[in-house]
Ligand binder design. Structure first.
Ligand code: PMP
Length: 396
């Protein structure tokens, strides 16, 4: 069979691959603890579920406008004003089947053959692959554990060329947990001011899971706002990964371009989800804040457990629900049967020996590290890290 060459240009998400491997082991009766996946382990808050049930009863069962129902686009604007003090009009909002689709919309709307896209490492697995689908060129700007996995203004500027179309990053960052402060964003904004043809994708999907204080968006710099595509959604902050609701806030021409693309790919997202999303976005955020508090407790526990393991260098995540430690001290070691040469070997060793799934750092553009989620229950976290400690102690 001859399939399209497009399929050779990009890889399957490593996060989903690891989850699949974990499921396969579980099907054989093995007790696998999943620290690979990026989703809250909580139920969607009751008032949002009630809104969905009502939407079904009220027969919201037809095709939806591509960019979303007017009340949902308005609710997104209200949320951006309430939480971020950002002024957007409904015509600047495009809702989608998830932040992933919003990212795809934005990249396909902006990136042409050969355009350079700067992505600070480590980055979410999908970023680089979407750029490759659009035939863009991925330019990795390497950041380090020592620098808090944040790109500095000078470093960012050193990668900008006449071909740079876009810079994309997430804050809070998946996988590193880095959160850019207002001052750090302001310093990056100074660089962007010098390059008026460069667009910025700001992925803020982990906004509510922030351990260091107030979330700051780069879109607050009014003179840059037209070049920013702000991405957010309901998956992480409201425990709604399966509902599929993401959104963008951008200039009107970019919003129209994304709407055109989405009109051919998927049309508007699920009508029931949209109606529930209006409630999620405008109601009291208490349930989201309670989830964030539980993540704070788990974060403290994980950091305490990781400290007990020799050879793992771990920074403190400022947001999201992952740790992304440097495990490269184990490269070259063996338990007599398995030799660890890279982050993929490390991840596979833990899956097969400790029955704990994680995601190799190479998938995020950082080969020294491995990502472990703490979106799992406290007992599972404790059990998983005890097993990891035992498994790693066998490597000599
Ligand atoms: N951006 C980042 C940084 C993510 O981690 C994820 C989900 N893992 C997404 C976007 C996609 O989220 P959604 O479920 O809304 O498609």
């Amino acid at each position: 069979m001859k399939l399209s060459s497009l399929l050779d240009r990009f890889a399957e998400p490593e996060t989903l691959k690891m989850a699949k491997l974990g499921r396969e082991l579980r099907a054989k009766g093995i007790d696998v603890i999943d620290l690979s996946l990026g989703e809250p382990d909580f139920d969607t808050p009751q008032h949002i579920k009630d809104a969905a049930v009502k939407a079904i009863a009220d027969n919201w069962s037809h095709y939806t406008p591509v960019a979303g129902f007017p009340d949902l686009r308005q609710a997104v604007c209200d949320k951006l004003k309430r939480d971020n003090n950002l002024d957007y009009k409904p015509e600047q909002i495009v809702t989608s089947t998830g932040a992933k689709q919003s990212l795809a919309n934005a990249i396909l709307a902006l990136v042409d053959d050969g355009d350079e896209v700067i992505i600070p490492t480590p980055y979410w697995v999908t970023y680089s692959e979407l750029v490759k689908i659009a035939r863009g060129k991925v330019v990795e700007a390497h950041t380090t554990l020592e620098s808090g996995f944040k790109v500095t203004p000078a470093q960012l500027e050193s990668f900008i060329t006449g071909k740079t179309k876009l810079v994309m990053f997430s804050s809070p960052c998946n996988p590193s947990g880095a959160v850019y402060s207002k001052e750090e964003l302001s310093a990056l904004a100074d660089v962007f001011r010098k390059y008026p043809d460069v667009y910025i994708i700001s992925d803020e999907i982990y906004e509510y899971i922030n351990f260091v204080g107030k979330h700051e968006s780069i879109a607050q710099f009014e003179d840059l706002k037209d070049r920013i595509i702000l991405i957010n959604g309901l998956s992480k902050g409201f425990a709604m990964t399966g509902w599929r609701l993401g959104y963008t806030a951008s200039s009107v021409p970019v919003a129209k371009a994304m709407e055109k693309l989405q009109g051919q790919f998927t049309s508007g997202t699920c009508s029931i989800t949209q109606k529930a999303a209006v409630v999620a976005l405008t109601a009291d955020l208490k349930p989201s804040m309670e989830m964030a508090e539980e993540f704070t407790r788990r974060r403290a526990k994980v950091l305490e457990l990781v400290k007990e393991i020799p050879g793992i260098k771990c920074g403190e995540p400022e947001g999201a629900f992952y740790i992304f430690p440097d495990v490269s001290a184990y490269y070259g070691k063996s338990d007599g049967e398995n030799t660890i040469s890279n982050s993929a070997d490390f991840s596979m060793y833990l899956l097969n020996t400790a029955h704990v799934s994680s995601v190799m750092g190479d998938a995020f553009g950082e080969p020294k590290c491995v990502r472990f989620s703490f979106a799992n229950s406290m007992p599972n976290i404790e059990k998983a890290w005890a097993r990891i400690k035992d498994a790693l102690a066998k490597l000599k």
